[in-house]
Design a protein around this ligand. Structure first.
Ligand SMILES: *[C@@H]1O[C@H](CO)[C@@H](O)[C@H](O)[C@H]1NC(C)=O
Length: 424
């Protein structure tokens, strides 16, 4: 799944030398690379040369991560990274490396690759990034992958010997930093899942109802988590209109576009969702995704669902390259009025879903499109549901608990120390 290196035609061969010049700072090297590049052509005017070349060459930025249990916070980091260049290359850490460094990942590499590759700000994916960036790998990025800048979040990243992992890139002037996304972390999401499982297995009706309230009201309040030892957990996510705009494509369907509609909860957005969206998008020119509000999800799947609230789910879906537009809070039934309003040509639904019981029931939400002859069921390529994801966590949950406690502590410290954070 490694994409081909997409080298800018005229600069093949010149690229690495230009980069080498920037790394080692020699004007002589730059001159040589100019001659090489413009071999057989009139040389550009002195003084304009290198600048002009830099302008023509696409700025390639690199970011890496585990992307285990990927969520819109990761997507936002990728968006920010992409905004620092023209092309974003993402390194995904292998299962072996994650296992060796912090215990087995919940999501296998194959699925993590699908998830990262589907984010609309990602241009290339590298599947075997090291957990801690090594000198050799950094040179490989600069020289083979033609990376101009390595991007990392504002949390410190230390090597086992205590030195800064990005020291080399920083010294070469090839390092840029982005702000950590406020209000979301895998730790927080795992916490929600553990609570959800605990709620189901607990006979304690008192904690049961308080958790129910927690999950049906969008995770906003402080909760006491007596059983899992991580203390008070607070969700910090505050959706702003600007964030939604940043995630949006900002364009409607073109004239004569064939509009495909798919709806669902899209809770804990996973590779199964990505794959069905990819297929749905392939059936038309514009994919409109209806995301059910929290109350509809709760009433269909239980009070402990959804794990992610409507706004969080919307951001995850919006970040997917196959999605053109979302309805934030779509109705359960696809009505004639909706089909007319959005000029929907085709309504689709996957074979793998958490709850396909409605098909046996009396009020099929797709009755109208079925009657109009514009409904199609799609074979889901992956046998994955939100419950699969939750089950994976649960089966590992002892290990997660330990990790969770450690990370929760460092996150608590981050929030205690934090000051104003610029929104981008
Ligand atoms: C509605 O969709 C069809 C394609 O299915 C397209 O030909 C038509 O132009 C669209 N109508 C409008 C008003 O955009």
């Amino acid at each position: 799944m490694v994409s081909e290196l997409d080298l800018d035609g005229g600069l093949i061969g010149g690229g690495p030398r230009v980069l080498a010049a920037f790394l080692f700072g020699g004007i002589v090297v730059l001159g040589a690379s100019m001659l090489g590049l413009y071999h057989g052509f009139p040389l550009p005017q002195l003084g304009l040369g290198p600048v002009g070349m830099r302008r023509k060459k696409k700025v390639r930025v690199y970011m890496d991560g585990c992307f285990d249990m990927m969520h819109y916070g990761h997507c936002n980091a990728l968006r920010q990274a992409r905004s620092l260049g023209d092309e974003l290359v993402v390194g995904v850490v292998s299962d072996e490396e994650i296992t060796a460094n912090k215990g087995p990942p919940v999501t296998p590499l194959r699925e993590r690759m699908i998830m990262v590759g589907a984010v609309k700000w990602v241009d290339e994916v590298i599947p075997d990034a090291p957990y801690a960036i090594t000198k050799e790998f950094m040179y490989k990025l600069f020289n083979e992958y033609n990376i101009d800048y390595i991007i990392h979040g504002d949390d410190p990243c230390l090597l086992p010997d205590g030195t800064d992992a990005y020291e080399l890139a920083k010294r070469a002037g090839r390092y840029k930093q982005i702000k950590r996304t406020e209000g979301v972390s895998s730790t927080d999401i795992v916490g929600r899942m553990l609570l959800c499982v605990r709620e189901r297995s607990s006979g304690d009706s008192n904690s049961h109802s308080s958790l129910q309230r927690q999950f049906s009201h969008g995770h906003g309040q402080k909760i006491e988590d007596r059983g899992y030892g991580s203390g008070t957990r607070v969700s910090h996510f505050l959706p702003t209109s600007r964030r939604i705009v940043q995630f949006s494509n900002g364009k409607g369907p073109g004239p004569d576009a064939r509009i495909v509609y798919i709806d669902g909860a899209f809770d804990l957005f996973h590779a199964g969702h990505v794959e069905i969206l990819r297929i749905a998008r392939g059936l038309g020119d514009f994919l409109l995704v209806g995301i059910h509000p929290d109350q509809i999800v709760s009433s269909n799947r239980g009070a402990h669902r959804p794990i992610m609230n409507l706004h969080e789910r919307s951001l995850s879906v919006l970040a997917c390259r196959y999605v053109d537009e979302v309805i934030i809070g779509a109705p359960w039934e696809v009505s004639k009025d909706m089909i007319t309003t959005f000029n929907i040509s085709l309504v689709v639904h996957g074979t793998i879903a958490e709850n396909n019981d409605f098909q046996k029931g009396k009020c099929d939400p797709y009755a109208v499109p079925i009657e109009m002859g514009i409904y199609r069921q799609l074979d889901s390529p992956l046998d994955l549901t939100t419950s699969t994801i939750i089950k994976r966590i649960v089966s590992n949950h002892e290990a997660y608990q330990k990790r969770n406690e450690k990370k929760a502590e460092s996150e608590r410290r981050y929030y205690e120390d934090k000051t104003y954070v610029a929104g981008d």
